[in-house]
Design a binder for this molecule. Sequence first.
Ligand code: IPE
Ligand code: IPE
Ligand code: MG
Length: 254
Amino acid sequence: MTGFTSTTRAVPEVGGVPRHVAIIMDGNGRWATSRRLPRVAGHAKGVEAVRGTVDACARRGVEYLTLFAFSSENWRRPAEEVSVLMRLFISALQREVRLLADNGIRLMVVGELGAFEPRLRELIAQAVERTADNRRMTLTIAANYGGRWDILQAMRRLLAARPDLARDPSALDDELFEPYLAMAYAPEPDLFIRTGGEQRVSNFLLWQLAYTELYFTDAYWPDFDANALDAAIASYRERERRFGRTSAQVGAAE
Ligand code: IPE
Ligand code: IPE
Ligand code: MG
């Protein structure tokens, strides 16, 4: 059991503040290029936007904030840019963990972490451990994460634990499968935000976005601030989340 019911099994209760916000932080490179700066300057500035967004979400009562920091396809970038991103990740972990700990924020990191250098893995493990008891908000960083990787790793682990399912596949359902997803500790995202103008999912949380409200903004990630977050939440509040039902049914249920 994940402790959270799948949106395809039952209609969840929804409130005015999204319980789980998931963000594709895109546009760092273009932010820098538009200022005639090297792309990496955009990534450095992007770390500041992360700090502001974590704080703004916690203040608004968001319980889970998930940030896509590095996709399984981002290894395709020039080696120099990848290595700068890794160094930024290391320095952000070293600098920010204390702030997270002091603010009651639990850090989780999801993705194929085995691909990272041992020092980074060690820092991640320490930061996760140090903030493990915090309850105000859970910040998840998706690093070397891919939605397809997540579904496949979940399926592999499920079949290893339950080899009988291979002989009786009809017994497999979402309730059996979901506890093996990397983010089984969180409900599905209510609000997905992508900055940087592209309207695509880029292999983020493929399974979990089934009934998530999608919000796209042209703002580049380094310019994303509390006002931009409020605009996204305002848009979210106007949505009617039907989960397959009719509008009249939604009205009757409220
Ligand atoms: C997002 O910004 C950060 C990462 C993918 C690591 P980009 O680096 O993708 O910026 P653009 O999309 O090229 O402007
Ligand atoms: C998605 O951004 C991944 C992250 C923000 C970490 P990309 O910039 O990699 O996505 P594409 O290549 O434009 O789809
Ligand atoms: Mg991009």
